[in-house]
Design a protein around this ligand. Structure first.
Ligand SMILES: Nc1nc2c(ncn2[C@@H]2O[C@@H]3COP(=O)(O)O[C@H]4[C@@H](O)[C@H](n5cnc6c(=O)[nH]c(N)nc65)O[C@@H]4COP(=O)(O)O[C@H]3[C@H]2O)c(=O)[nH]1
Length: 867
């Protein structure tokens, strides 16, 4: 009984050791001690299987010699491998009553004999699932069989071992499990944490600290909401509140990093359920900041691409034919193709007949070499219309640097192209007629002269200048003039061969290059044809206009060095033709050159005269037709040339008008005339009104009126003693501005008369609207007044109509009494002409006007020439 109790106590002790999770070695040692105490002479050994369950690789014993233990450790489990190897194998009690003669101990006999071991009873240690964990054995130093009680003891001891080993194994498994889970928690790259039900962190991993910037200790115990943006809090709280037990929930949240930057998180929370109750929440938060940034960037990029005004097309670089995988709206707008019509197709469908194959080839080469390229090529819209596409193509590479796509940026530069084309046309062509301009003509000339010289061909340049064009332009306006020029250009072009060049040099000058003439007469015959065709009337709106042309011809001579000289020669020849009269032509000869040289010399002399003020004014009296009183004088300029003596204005005024030298001459004339009139008055000869001729250039100068005012102020002449003589052309050229100037003149008190009346295109009814007081009938009508019925009738008509309109009429160029009488009979108001007096210097005028007479009021009396 006492033994049984001892046995029970011993067992309890072992169970306590097991329950307290004492180290296995200690527990197994205790079992060995208890059993050895119970079986006198018995030596206990406990062997445990390895993981493969093929060997007994651990041995626990308190009494077996270490050398023996070492020798049997690793015994294979098998039917003939001693008592333990066999017991583990057959999973049953094995009694080896006499080891020395036991065949199953073959190989171990010597070992057992060496350590004095004679008998061994072994029993398998089995787990609750019957798996063999090892063996429990008792050795004896004498042969012997176990009794029943011995067997029971062995079995009980084996069970205790099983309990201890299983417990140890469970503990081991638990520890491993926990480590596994802890690893998941600790090494998870995302923030993993647990919260209590109130929302306080109860555990956090290192990633939590990294993501939030707070130390793990700082986080534990703090509430999750302190990290979350205020605007996110209520939303997240609601998620926690409404979470179903057992259900995970996922949301995005933005938190503040300790460094005050926002961190975007993708959070999954799951309840911690213990015994069916939620005791808190686990959380896994993935840092999406980078992804969020990339997504935002991508979104902006995508929107930008969509909104780009340039067409953008992306093609798959790896697929056959590089099919389009994306086009933006601008692409659709530019090409007219919808997205669906384009995707999957190769972009080459945009090319067409006018697409430059070289541009296409260079593009293909760049694509093959996987490099970027910028080409401009002609593409076609869906409706077939072409457009200029300035295309920038670039490869798109993946992370490994492989080209996966090509992106093309289209820029529709059609407008720029057409502008450039226009621009280049304008730089080489005349805008009005579309003919070549001087620079293009010169290009052709250089080229053709070279060829003509090489092949000994006859080449000619024709310089065509229209006669009587200026009056049309001046009187009917630029629009009419422009139409005439366009028609002239057309008529000239119609007469020329395709290889000829027709150019307009501006104004009414046309130049023709004939590069390949059979003989010189061909050029002359062509010129005759040109003159004939220009003589034909021109119809512009309601007008039927007649003009002529003067043509200069210059043939290429061997000695000519600079081809451009041919143009100058033709120009000089034209000038000579003009002097011959209308509709004439002239070939360039060296004497023409001399004439031009003379003109150049005259120009230079004139310049010197201007600088030295080498001019004089002569005055021609104007007489009242009834009383014969001198009512005024006309100032006429004379140039006192140092070699040639007095030169008439007819010689140098047109030259001065051509060269612009008329400006300073007119200034001088105006001032001098005013000064002379003041002087005459001051000398007692009377105050006469002086008529001064106005050149068109002078009249149109912007400061004309202020200059005039200045001249009157400087000289002291009252404005009513100044009369300006204008030709009709001046008024017609820019009538609105001219009329405005006339009004200003009238406001100033300056009289205006129309000179050379009858030669222009103006009608009296037009003049009626102008603030003028007088017209001067042109000398050419007066000359034949008595002999030509026609001229007589014209003069008569002019006088009568002018009077009707309240205009005074002056007749100039009266050379004889017949003319005077005719004009007097028809009511002409004022006479001027050699018959009465020639233009004379001031000194002679003094004599002409007679002795200065002073009235009681101090005014000089006007001189009468009729009495
Ligand atoms: N055959 C003939 N001729 C007569 C007779 N009576 C006068 N003359 C000439 O007729 C011209 C009248 O001047 P105009 O028609 O304005 O024609 C002027 C005028 O247009 C221009 N001119 C003269 N002086 C000036 C000036 O100071 N400024 C400007 N812009 N032009 C001027 O030169 C033109 C010629 O002037 P002049 O040679 O001085 O010629 C003057 C004068 O000498 C006559 O009975 N028979």
């Amino acid at each position: 009984m006492a033994r049984t109790q001892r046995h029970l106590r011993a067992q309890q002790r072992v169970q306590t050791l097991i329950a307290r999770d004492q180290p296995l070695e200690e527990t197994l040692g205790a079992i060995c001690r208890i059993v050895e105490a119970q079986v006198p002479g018995g030596i206990v050994s406990i062997m445990l299987c390895d993981e493969t369950r093929l060997y007994l690789d651990r041995i626990y014993s308190i009494s077996l010699p270490q050398a023996y233990c070492d020798a049997v450790t690793g015994t294979a489990i098998g039917p003939k491998n001693g008592a333990c190897g066999r017991a583990a194998y057959i999973r049953d009690f094995v009694v080896c009553a006499d080891i020395a003669h036991d065949p199953n101990w073959r190989g171990f006999h010597a070992l057992a004999a060496e350590h004095g071991l004679k008998a061994c009873w072994s029993y398998p240690v089995r787990a609750s699932n019957s798996e063999v964990l090892g063996t429990f054995a008792i050795y004896y130093r004498e042969p012997g069989e176990p009794r029943k009680s011995d067997r029971r003891r062995v079995v009980e001891a084996a069970e205790l071992v099983s309990l201890a080993v299983e417990r140890e194994r469970n503990r081991e498994a638990l520890r491993e499990n926990e480590q596994r889970y802890r690893s998941l928690f600790t090494y998870h790259p995302d923030a993993v944490f647990s919260l209590d039900l109130a929302g306080h962190f109860t555990s956090v991993n290192a990633a939590c600290s990294k993501i939030t910037g707070y130390a793990m200790e700082q986080l534990i115990g703090s509430h999750y909401s302190v990290l979350v943006l205020p605007e996110d809090r209520s939303r997240i709280q609601a998620l926690f509140r409404n979470a179903d037990p057992g259900e995970a929930f996922r949301y995005s949240a933005t938190i503040y990093h300790r460094e005050a930057r926002a961190v975007y998180l993708d959070v999954t929370n799951l309840p911690i359920v213990v015994n069916g109750s939620v005791i808190g929440f686990y959380g896994i938060a993935k840092d999406m900041t980078e992804q969020h940034r990339r997504e935002t960037e991508l979104r902006i990029l995508q929107r930008s691409v969509e909104a780009s005004i340039n067409g953008i097309v992306i093609a798959d670089a790896r697929a056959e034919g590089k099919p389009v995988i994306y086009v933006n709206e601008a692409f659709e707008r530019i090409t007219g193709y919808g997205r669906d019509e384009v995707l999957g197709r190769s972009c080459s469908f945009l090319q067409g007949s006018e697409t430059d194959p070289e541009a296409v080839a260079s593009m293909g080469k760049a694509l093959a070499e996987r490099r970027e390229i910028n080409v401009t090529l002609c593409n076609y819209r869906k409706d077939g219309t072409p457009f200029w596409n300035n295309l920038y193509l670039a490869p798109v590479r993946d992370g490994e640097g492989t080209v996966t796509h090509f992106v093309g940026i289209q820029h529709d530069i059609s407008e720029r192209k057409s502008y450039e084309a226009k621009l280049s046309f304008h730089t080489s062509h005349d805008a009005l007629t579309g003919l070549a301009n001087r620079s293009l003509f010169e290009d052709h000339l250089l080229h053709d002269v070279q060829l003509a010289k090489r092949h000994g061909r006859i080449l000619a340049v024709l310089f065509v200048d229209l006669d009587d064009f200026k009056p049309i332009n001046d009187s009917l306006g630029h629009e009419v003039g422009d139409q005439v020029l366009i028609q002239v250009a057309q008529r000239l072009a119609d007469e020329l061969d395709p290889g000829d060049t027709l150019a307009r040099f501006g104004g009414d000058e046309f130049v023709i290059l004939l590069p390949e003439l059979a003989r010189e007469e061909s050029a002359i015959r062509l010129v005759e044809r040109l003159l004939t065709c220009i003589r034909r009337p021109f119809r512009v709106a309601e007008h039927e206009l007649y003009i002529g042309a003067s043509v200069g011809i210059a043939f290429l001579q061997d000695e000519l060095e600079n081809p451009v000289e041919l143009i100058q020669q033709a120009d000089m020849a034209m000038y000579r033709a003009k002097q011959k009269g209308r509709n004439a032509w002239e070939c360039f000869t060296s004497d023409i050159n001399d004439e031009v040289s003379a003109r150049m010399a005259l120009r230079n002399d004139l310049q010197e005269a201007i600088e030295a003020e080498n001019f004089e004014l002569h005055y021609q009296p104007l007489l009242d037709a009834h009383s014969g009183d001198v009512v005024g004088v006309e100032a006429l300029v004379r140039w006192k040339h140092p070699v040639k003596g007095y030169l008439s204005p007819g010689l140098f005024i047109p030259l001065a008008e051509d060269t612009g030298q008329i400006g300073p001459i007119s200034e001088w004339v105006l001032r001098q005339a005013c000064r002379d009139m003041c002087r005459l008055a001051a000398e007692g000869y009377g105050q006469y009104r002086v008529s001064v001729n106005l050149s068109p250039l002078q009249f149109r100068r912007p400061n004309f009126l202020s200059n005039l005012q200045q001249a009157l102020l400087e000289t002291g002449l009252a404005p009513e003693y100044l009369e300006l003589e204008l030709t009709e052309g001046i008024l017609m050229a820019d009538s609105a501005a001219a009329v405005e100037t006339l009004h200003r003149l009238r406001d100033m008190g300056v009289e205006v008369s129309i000179d050379d009346f009858g030669t222009g295109f103006s009608s009296l009814s037009y003049l009626k609207q102008l603030p003028i007081g007088k017209i001067k009938i042109d000398r050419s009508f007066v000359r034949d007044i008595a002999t030509s019925r026609h001229d007589g009738a014209i003069v008569q008509g002019i006088i009568s109509m002018a009077h009707h309109l309240g205009l005074a009429v002056v007749a100039e160029g009266i050379e004889d009494a017949e003319q005077r009488d005719f004009l007097a009979a028809h009511g002409c108001d004022v006479f001027q002409g050699f018959f009465f007096a020639r233009p004379m210097p001031l000194q002679k005028l003094r004599a002409y006007l007679g002795q200065p007479t002073v009235t009681s009021e101090g005014d000089a009396l006007p001189a009468s020439r009729f009495s």
